[in-house]
Design a protein around this ligand. Structure first.
Ligand code: ADP
Length: 501
């Protein structure tokens, strides 16, 4: 423990311009990976290595699962009162706020997001999430059900699912870690968090702060590493639940991997959110909201608006104003407070975005602005110019596949009666947006579009109190709000015969 603390504290320092290497946390001890494996994490704004992190081995996966299993039975955790659990989660929120600048800087360096987003969305949202679920600890209740047997009492208990593996992506590393850690712990589970290999640093720091908050050893374990670490957790027979946010491809593989012990799965996967701009929409408001909805975090958001169905009568006006607004956003390092758009996460991802844009042009879309990697002083980083495409058709790949980049494909429509079918003609169903002045149109479309969140006349936002998750291949289950309590508890029915034995 002492050795662990010393290591943890060192990792906040800089050495020779790099941060100190980071370790794994298993059963309350910080240590390098068994076998000494490491991987590098890179600043996407300039390609430089920030530091190296421990690459967990199969033996580390086994150790972490065993530690989480033991902690589940440890009276220090299993016997902790709900009020005490609530105070722990609240303390995490306080510590996150006390370390807000440091966490925001780490997130911007590792992920690339503008520092204002890191501060106001990522760090603030992380603290809010812990506070919201701190409140739940004392309110997770069962119910008494009216069974039709004489002299019989029936009540339900909500119990922790058990050992939860939490696998997170690179687009909002800290906030998505909080989306999983806070409700899992509020419900009394023990956890193994596995951040994405591209962006582990803010999660490592968060786990250090959680340790300081006072969770008993083994309740929160950290494994850094690549896909094999996630896959090892998913297939492990002593893991009771996996909560995953990431690609639909990997989500599907988790369904197979979890089949052995039929572990519980929450999957928050890809999206291809339509944004409908009706003829009566306030176009200036729609442009402001859709630029945000499409380009927030450079479009690297699963709920990003990424298919724009615009009434043909307003399509030229909308396209021209979107192009003006998008090209006016300052592209640059997230550390520059003037930057509105940071880099994409990696060279590989930038190439994938560029391939989608080139493919759209080859299929007949018209490039209105952007469509290339940024040059000059930004050439070292993975910056892609915000891109608007006009004349896009439903059949084009750009209108069907998730691009996860700063790309706005505009599709003009003539017949509003076809909108629902066209918006729903996708394998995804995470989010959708509707821009209109007519309440009847707004709520009819909101009811008929098959997606987990509908935003009327506003950009997408998450809130701990609501619900987040998707229909169809966008996933299974819901995060946030009371739905997260369902996701992290098992329900048990208890029957008692009251007529004497
Ligand atoms: P993306 O395609 O957006 O990079 P992925 O779905 O590949 O996202 O990755 C999201 C998270 O899932 C990361 O933490 C990654 O290491 C992990 N991961 C990748 N492949 C697997 C797998 N086969 N099983 C479990 N976890 C995986």
């Amino acid at each position: 423990m002492v050795r662990g603390r010393a290591r943890a504290d060192r990792s906040g320092e800089r050495r020779k311009g790099r941060l100190a290497m980071t370790d794994l946390l298993v059963g309350g001890l910080w240590a390098p990976a068994t076998g000494g494996g490491r991987f590098k994490t890179v600043n996407p704004a300039n390609g430089s290595v920030i530091t190296e992190c421990a690459e967990a081995s199969t033996a580390d996966v086994d150790r972490a699962v065993a530690a989480a299993r033991a902690a589940l039975r440890d009276p220090a955790w299993a016997g902790m009162s709900p009020a005490a659990r609530a105070r722990l989660l609240w303390r995490v929120a306080d510590l996150v706020e006390e370390h807000a600048s440091e966490l925001a800087l780490l997130e911007t360096r590792d992920n690339g997001q503008p520092i204002s987003v890191a501060r106001e969305v990522t760090v603030a949202g992380t603290a809010e999430h812990f506070r919201y679920f701190a409140g739940w600890c004392t309110k997770i209740e069962g119910s008494v059900l009216p069974v039709s047997y004489p002299d019989t009492l029936h009540y339900t208990r909500r119990e922790p699912v058990g050992v939860c593996a939490l696998i997170t992506p690179w687009n909002f590393p800290l906030m998505i870690a909080a989306w999983k850690l806070a409700p899992a712990l509020a419900c009394g589970n023990t956890v193994i968090i596995k951040p994405a290999e591209q962006t582990p640093l803010s999660t490592v720091r968060l786990v250090q702060l959680m340790e300081r908050a006072g969770f008993p050893p083994g309740v929160v374990n950290l494994l850094t590493g690549g896909p094999a670490v996630g896959a090892g957790l998913a297939v492990h027979d002593d893991v009771d639940k996996v909560s995953f946010t990431g690609s639909t491809r990997v989500g599907r593989s988790l369904v197979y991997a979890s089949a052995g012990n039929l572990k519980r799965l929450t999957l928050e996967l890809g999206g291809k959110a339509p944004s409908v701009i009706a003829a009566d929409a306030d176009i200036d408001a729609a442009v402001a909201g859709n630029v945000q909805g499409a380009l927030f975090n450079s479009g690297q958001v699963c709920a990003a608006y990424s298919r724009f169905y615009v009434d043909r009568k307003r399509a030229d006006e909308f396209t021209a104003k979107m192009a003006d607004a998008a090209s006016g956003l300052k592209l640059g390092s997230g550390l520059d407070p003037e930057s509105r758009l940071g880099p994409l996460i990696s060279e590989e991802h930038l190439n994938s975005v560029d391939t989608h844009v080139r493919g759209a042009r080859a299929q007949g879309a018209e490039l209105v602005t952007g469509g290339r990697r940024a040059e000059g002083e930004l050439a070292e980083g993975y910056f892609y110019e915000p891109t608007v495409l006009a004349g896009v058709g439903d059949e084009m790949t750009i209108a069907r596949e998730e691009v996860f980049g700063p790309v706005i494909p505009v599709i003009a429509y003539d017949d509003p009666d076809e909108l629902v079918a066209r918006a729903n003609a996708t394998e995804y169903g995470l989010a959708a947006s509707i821009w209109t002045g007519d309440l009847a149109t707004a709520h009819r479309l909101a009811a008929e579009i098959r997606a987990g969140a509908i935003f009327i006349n506003m950009p997408h936002v998450p809130d701990a109190a609501t619900t987040w998750g998707g229909y169809k291949t966008s996933g299974w289950g819901r995060e946030m709000g009371p739905y997260a309590i369902d996701a992290y508890t098992e329900i048990k029915g208890v029957w008692t015969h009251l007529g004497g034995v």
